[in-house]
Every structure is written in structure tokens, then in C-alpha cells.
Design a protein. Sequence first.
Length: 308
Amino acid sequence: MLDCDHSCSEKLFFVNGYNIVFCKKCGFRKTFPIPKRQDLADIYDKNFYSGNDSRRFGDIGEMLVRFFRFLRAFKAALFYFPKRVLDVGCGRALMLYYLKKYFKAEYVIGTQYCSASIAYAKKKFGIDVKKGELADNIGSIEKNLDLICFWHVLEHIDDVETYIKLSYQLLKKGGKLLIEVPNSESFSAKISKNGWMGWDTPNHLTHFTPDSLAGLLENNGFKIFKKKYFSAEYSVFTTMQSLLNKISGEWNYFYKSLLVGKDKQEFSAKFIGYFLLAVCLAPLAIIANLIFYNSRQGEVIHYVAEKV
Ligand SMILES: [Zn+2]
């Protein structure tokens, strides 16, 4: 991947007004055209989160979000005992807060675009979150880190290689890099094609396959020691929503109705129809994800790599 300029690209799908293209030389998948950087800053600063607590979902969704953030902290503590942690694209820094409060992390820091989320993390949890790109903040983040996390963040980035190189600089030798992204070669991406929820243009700019993510890490000095393709947070919902997208031809209607703020879909009789359809599809989605639980065709790619 390092020696490929991705210049020889071909269209794969058209999703939400953007193309998904792949490089014929190395297979790398991108959104095209890439939205302007200012547009991206606007998406995350003004439209992504809302309300006093800078949340994305209604009350039940918010409870689930907090539960799963705690689980991320718990698993990180259980497997890697990190004392010094960076969470790139950390939302409201919930995972960092739980790591510090319950699992004895000493130095925790995050990055994020949204000013309201940064203010919330500072005021509510006392966690330092730097605004904007990792590269812009590299001077104000301490080195010799034990763990850097990219939880469903790397797919939002265009220049992914820069982020991996900067992570290498910030980690101590033997430090861990944890990355989870949607798997664009999942079984449901193959079935639902342009309806697959993981394309999510223009929010998602890079679309990983198990091989392209492995190549990115291994070419930049990392050794992958854990590979997983199932996520309790994402897998079943992604399959279900992707099937809904394919059946209805409408993009993420059910998902959007669970949001709060600007992207929210208004409650209507149509929502009840979608809800019932979602209930019918859920068992199918669960069974499919159990079948693909240990396969490279699961809905996510979850790699943990070590700086060697
Ligand atoms: Zn290429």
C-alpha cells in the first residue's frame, strides 16, 4: 500500500450522492469525491451531536451507548492494563472517563471535532480532549502511550496512513493500537450492495477490508496479534439496517428515527412499519452474525496490533 498512489480506480457503488471506488492496483476502497475539510468540520461540530449532554440517541439508545463505552473500558483494562491512553475521535470521552475512574488509568486524552462534546468531557468528567486532527495536536499529547484506540473512527478519515504513523510515534515499544471499523467485505455488504449501512457516505471516507487494514498496519511497523469480526454494539444492527435499506430503497430510516437532533427522522406511522419490519429481520440478523462470528465476513474488523 505504501508504494501505491491509488490512481487506477474504478467505481464500485453509488451511495448517498457519492461514489465508492476501489484501486485496481491494491484494492483500497475510498469515497469519491472526498468532501471538503471544512464541510467535514461542520458535520462533526454542528450536526453530529446535540443537546446539553451532546448525545446522539434518545434515552434507551443513550443508556446502551454508556453501557458499551463502559464495556470498552472494562475490556481494555482486562486485556492490556493501560495506564496511558489516547482515544482518537473519543466522542464525549466516556471510555476514557471509565478507564480513569474505575481502572486506574493515569494519563487519558482524546481528540474530537465537536466543541460541545469537548466542553462536556471537560466539565462533566474533567477529561482533556483536543479539538481537530491528531496531526494538529501532536505537540500537546504525551508520548510513551500504552494504548491508542480508534473505535469506529478510522473509516471517517481520508489520510489514514498519517494517523497510523502518528500513532506509531506516540506509542511506547510494545504499546497497543486498537482499531475497529466496518468490514466492507462483510456478508451483508455483499448481499445489500449499495444499501449496506457501513458505506455511510459522506461520513465514511475509507472503506476497509481485512486485508487492506492488515496491510496498513503491517507496512507501518505494527504486528497484529488479535483479529475479531463481530461486535455486540454494531454487527446485528448493521445487518438489520442494511437489509431494511435494500428492501425499502430508503437510506437508514429506522436508524435515523433513533437519533436526536438535526438528522432525526420524525416519528410517524411509517416508523411503526419500519419498526415491525426490523423486529422480523432481527432474528435473521442474529443467526447470520452467529454463522459469520469467526469469519472474515463478519460486519466489523477489530484488530489489536503491537508496536514492534
Ligand atoms: Zn492503490
